[in-house]
Design a protein around this ligand. Structure first.
Ligand SMILES: Cc1cc2nc3c(=O)[nH]c(=O)nc-3n(C[C@H](O)[C@H](O)[C@H](O)COP(=O)(O)OP(=O)(O)OC[C@H]3O[C@@H](n4cnc5c(N)ncnc54)[C@H](O)[C@@H]3O)c2cc1C
Length: 425
């Protein structure tokens, strides 16, 4: 192993069982099946690394992940509303290492596409034949005046799960009854299109049951949003005096925030919040930009069959970081893309052409305990884009009975257990 290491650098291999240990990197160069490095061990990267190793055990697969514990975003809104423990969101990489994927816990700091080399923060260099970038999102700190990393300590985004999730939870607990909660929602595209509205619903549930004199305003940079009719009908039914949604055309776009005075400004009004949850505009995780695979939008254009970057050969981008045509940025979609990418890589490394894929996405949202709604669709590559297969898309029925909503809440729970089991179990 080249380069220096901090104490946090840990590499697990199957040889070490599940014990964390500093081990020499496996002799990747000697591997006859080729070397694939995956950066990012979340919904897309963890799935891709594991699936690829299962598809072709001869491929030397290395997963590079900044954190030893993964904290999942789906269901983190329930943590914020006090309905779930954060521990139910957290997973480790022991089983992935048991599957003979080499796991390096260190941020990837640079990529040299010409030399086909990833350099980790501590200086370790990892050569690859194919690289998969799965870094998720970064927040655009330059996009909203007043919203800095320091401001996020008072006005959390909670759009990456972990400390920020717990901060928002604590703030709701501490706020007085009668206070105003503000949630800001960005323009498309961003991670989890229904996420801000699910969060508003579950925070409203918390307010209704614990602080009933309080109000919640959603300031939106859009005029329409995912599952809108279902959400708005449910709000009328469950939270009529709590949630107010302000669309773009009604002046919902936030123009500035001030963390010191807890104010959120639009062109028309200045709101003083007891709790302000700012979900700012986003872009692909920084390593994508450093690797030269992000375009001027901040996201990464890819070929929809293999998820290979259209800007840099031999680098594939999956999950929220990639531009996946009509597919939303969801954990479900990230998982589907990861499997398609793994299958394509197995064929490409073996000198074959990848198959033309079909991908499915389903986004569940929970509006209250026992009240779930869904949107789903199938996608396929058409003229270099992932497009929705005609007639494949649909949402829960608007007039579905209560039992159906209960059933959908159960399905959401089942989906989370299945997908995280597939990744980490
Ligand atoms: C509040 C909320 C609710 C959501 N609910 C749902 C839901 O119900 N259903 C659903 O399908 N989706 C949901 N999502 C969306 C889902 O979380 C994302 O779409 C999904 O996590 C994307 O997967 P990913 O692999 O692209 O990124 P992530 O899962 O975020 O994984 C990225 C990983 O890369 C690592 N990383 C980044 N840069 C580096 C680097 N340089 N070196 C090493 N490691 C790096 C990070 O540490 C992270 O572990 C929700 C999101 C939010 C915010």
């Amino acid at each position: 192993m080249t380069g220096s290491h901090s104490r946090r650098d840990v590499l697990w291999t199957a040889a070490a069982g599940s014990a964390a240990a500093m081990l020499p990197m496996p002799a990747l160069a000697q591997n006859a099946g080729g070397r694939v490095v995956v950066v990012g061990g979340g919904f897309s990267g963890a799935t891709c690394a594991r699936m690829l190793k299962r598809l072709d055990p001869r491929i030397a697969v290395t997963l590079v992940e900044a954190n030893q514990t993964f904290t999942a975003c789906p269901f983190s809104n329930e943590v914020i509303a006090g309905l779930r423990d954060i521990k139910a969101q957290q997973f480790d990489y022991k089983k992935i290492a048991d599957d003979k994927v080499a796991v390096a816990f260190e941020p990837a700091a640079a990529v040299d596409p010409q030399a086909r080399m990833v350099t980790l923060a501590g200086g370790t260099r990892l050569p690859y034949d194919r690289l998969v970038l799965a870094p998720g999102i970064d927040l655009r700190w330059d996009s909203l005046p007043g919203y800095t990393e320091a401001a996020a300590e008072r006005m959390p985004h909670a759009w990456k799960a972990g400390e920020q999730t717990l901060l928002l939870r604590r703030q709701l607990d501490a706020m007085p009854d009668g206070g105003l909660v503000i949630i800001t929602a960005p323009a498309n595209p961003y991670r989890c299109p229904p996420g801000p509205y699910e969060r508003a619903s579950l925070i409203a549930y918390y307010l209704k049951t614990r602080k009933p004199k309080s109000k919640l305003i959603i300031l939106d940079a859009k005029d329409a949003f995912s599952k809108q009719r279902l959400f708005q009908n449910a709000w009328k039914e469950l939270y009529p005096d709590i949630i107010e949604w302000v669309s773009l055309s009604s002046g919902g776009k936030v123009t500035a925030v001030d963390a010191a005075s807890m104010t959120v400004e639009t062109d028309f009004a200045k709101h003083k919040a007891a709790v302000a949850n700012i979900v700012p505009p986003q872009k692909a995780g920084r390593i994508a930009e450093l690797a030269g695979v992000a375009d001027r939008t901040g996201w990464c254009p890819t070929d929809p069959v293999s998820f290979e970057s259209t800007l840099q050969p031999n680098i594939h981008v999956i999950g929220d970081a990639c531009i996946a045509g009509a597919m939303p940025k969801s954990g479900f979609a990230a998982n589907a893309q990861a499997k398609v990418c793994a299958a394509a890589l197995a064929r490409l490394v073996g000198g074959q052409k990848p198959d033309d894929p079909r991908l499915i996405n389903t986004c569940y949202s929970v509006i209250a305990p026992g009240y779930g709604i869904t949107v789903a669709a199938v996608y396929r590559p058409t003229n270099g884009q992932l497009v929705e297969v005609q007639g494949s898309a649909g949402t829960s029925a608007v007039d579905a009975p209560k039992t159906m909503r209960e059933q959908e809440a159960k399905l959401a729970d089942g989906w989370f257990k299945t997908i995280t089991g597939e990744m980490f179990g």
